[in-house]
Design a protein around this ligand. Structure first.
Ligand code: SF4
Length: 94
């Protein structure tokens, strides 16, 4: 059956997770002081960013590599780059 909803399309993708290195790092203080934390949570369609126990965390394994978070973050609030070669999302055109 051809997927029709966004969750169904996302479920069709596969992820090769780099267990040894996150491609997203967070400066907690800058994220908090600039309001970037709320912007990241709002902008990420994959729900990568969440607040847990007062800290912003990035569950990078589900990143779709769209770059939206890097575009809205205050300078220096996060470090983002594509996953190392061979890792990351594999789109299947769900
Ligand atoms: S690159 Fe896109 S999917 Fe990945 S964490 Fe940033 S906003 Fe979310």
């Amino acid at each position: 059956m051809k997927p029709t909803t966004i969750p169904q399309r996302l479920a069709a993708d596969s992820f090769h997770i780099d267990e040894g290195e996150s491609h997203i790092t967070i400066d907690q203080e800058l994220c908090r002081s600039t309001g970037t934390a709320k912007a990241l949570i709002a902008v990420c369609a994959a729900g990568v960013y969440q607040e847990r126990d007062g800290q912003l965390v990035a569950d990078y394994a589900g990143c779709l590599e769209c770059g939206s978070c890097f575009a809205v973050a205050a300078p220096g609030a996060i470090q983002w780059h594509y996953p190392r070669g061979g890792f990351g999302v594999n789109y299947r055109q769900g």
